[in-house]
Design a protein around this ligand. Structure first.
Ligand code: GLU
Length: 489
């Protein structure tokens, strides 16, 4: 069997959409799973859509996602050039287009814009579709030659008969047959001499020995025309895998408006690359068991493209957040701390031990930007109502809390060691002496030092970070607050 060769063939038109990254990932996984090669080809023949800097985004994204290409513009593997505008310079596309003309599978078209505009257009799925009427197919040979000799602008069109059907095979969709009459004589070579994507992808996939083509199913309707080109050349077509649509939570096509449609958006929102890649792998593919967390190496081992689903994949940001949280929990602490530092620093101006704060939040956040909301109370106790001291399960009331805080204050004033362990020992002893439950004491203390119902750590962990002075200040302020509300014993 031939060595598996896949390609990611982006058009440099902007940010890398989640759907593009999924195509790249699946191409990479198919190649690596089979011990094959993954290639990068830049499809820049549509000069109008070209965006400066977009190629850099492609390199950066593949690199940070760990999708290392074996061949590409920066890594010659003997199939170059790997940029279509450079491939064009050798005349490869024109040469193949002329072969098709010779075989009657394509023809020169000299129609001007006005004529084309006057042709009947059809509206299919909201898009205007113009069916070319084969006017130039019927031009006498001499006229074509005279036109060419005089330098009249032309395009080359694929000649698709009006009768019969064309069948192609997709790994997910099976055999698909379409009536030839429904297929337009698409342009292969444009008037600027550039090939269209539709033509170049066929010539390149063949001449670069590509075995598997993975792309979004928006290309499904063009696939019969590509099949006809393969057949016309007498080439074997690659294995086609057209991926299901990615939708947002409302089952609409995932678009920029969702705010998280591109890799850059997601990274900018604080998601980890590994989590994003892992999540994207599951947008249309699932393993045999229900496992969800995979490293890239594990994906390479497990990825079987036969298990890709045809149903639309819903991009669920809630699920991605959960997954990101799992990655944060599993992350080595030092690495976590380095990555969390900017968020900790942005949230805290006081001179606290950031490592301790990081340790408190590590298992509680889903994405780094969550940090701020978890630790805001370290900066200042927020406004809260004294009713927060009442906790049914802990059997506390504002009154019982006032009593506990008043009794504890002198004990904690006398304490010098403000480590978590020492403080916990002190509070436990107080609990034992009082003969009450732990929560009866911990709840009011934690409320007093944090002003919050939920905190990333317990009362004594928080006090350790706050230090003696700040802890006592907060305990005293809590007593004053309770007293000010008319709470008395
Ligand atoms: N250049 C096309 C795109 O970016 C590639 C489609 C394909 O993979 O064939 O959409």
């Amino acid at each position: 069997m031939d060595k598996v060769r896949t390609r990611y063939a982006p058009s440099p038109t902007g940010k890398m959409h989640v759907g593009n990254l999924r195509s790249a990932l699946y191409e990479f996984l198919i190649a690596k799973h089979a011990g094959g090669d993954f290639m990068l080809r830049i499809e820049d023949t549509d000069q109008e859509r070209f965006v400066e800097g977009a190629t850099d985004i492609i390199y950066r994204t593949l690199d940070s996602a760990g999708l290392k290409h074996d061949e590409g513009p920066d890594k010659d593997g003997g199939y170059g050039p790997y940029v279509q505008s450079e491939r064009m310079k050798s005349g490869i596309y024109m040469e193949y287009a002329k072969k098709l003309v010779e075989r009657g599978e394509a023809y020169y078209c000299f129609c001007e814009k006005e004529r084309l505009d006057s042709l009947k257009t059809e509206i299919v799925e909201g898009k205007e579709i113009m069916m070319y009427d084969k006017h130039c197919l019927l031009l006498p040979k001499e006229e074509v030659e005279a036109n060419l000799a005089s330098g009249k602008p032309f395009v080359i069109r694929q000649n698709i008969p009006n009768e019969g059907t064309t069948t192609f095979h997709d790994e997910l969709y099976g055999d698909i047959s379409v009536e030839n009459a429904e297929l337009d004589d698409m342009v292969l070579i444009k008037s600027d001499g550039y090939p269209t994507y539709n033509f170049a992808n066929v010539v390149d996939d063949h001449t670069m020995n590509i075995t598997h083509v993975v792309r979004g199913n928006e290309y499904l309707s063009s696939a019969p025309k590509y099949q006809r080109l393969y057949d016309a050349f007498g080439w074997e077509s690659p294995v086609y895998i057209h991926l299901p649509l990615i939708t947002d939570e409302n089952h609409k096509k995932l678009s920029k408006r969702s705010g998280h449609a591109s890799f850059e958006d997601l990274i900018g929102q604080g998601f980890l690359t590994e989590a994003v890649v892992n999540y994207i792998a599951l947008l249309g593919w699932s393993p045999e068991d229900n496992r969800e967390i995979f490293t890239l190496d594990e994906l390479i081992r497990e990825f079987d493209y036969h298990r890709i689903s045809k149903s639309p994949a819903v991009f669920d940001i809630v699920k991605l957040k959960w997954m990101n949280g799992e990655y944060l929990k599993a992350m080595d602490f030092d690495k976590f701390f380095e990555m969390a530092k900017p968020y900790l620093k942005a949230a805290l101006t006081k001179d606290y031990d950031l490592k301790k704060v990081a340790a408190m939040v590590k298992t509680r956040i889903e994405v780094f930007p969550d940090i701020a909301g978890h630790i805001d109370f370290f900066e200042a106790v927020p406004e809260y109502d004294v009713s927060m001291y009442a906790h049914k399960k802990m059997k506390t009331t504002p009154e019982s809390s006032l009593e506990v805080l008043r009794e504890l204050l002198p004990i904690l004033e006398g304490q010098t060691d403000y480590s978590n362990d020492a403080l916990y020992g002190t509070l436990s002893k107080y609990v034992a002496d009082k003969g009450c439950k732990n929560g009866y004491v911990m709840w009011p203390v934690r409320t007093a030092v944090s002003g919050k119902q939920m905190t990333p750590g317990g009362a004594t962990e928080i006090m350790e970070v706050l230090g003696k002075e700040e802890s006592l200040k907060r305990l005293r302020a809590a007593i004053v607050k309770l007293e000010g509300q008319g709470i008395s014993l």
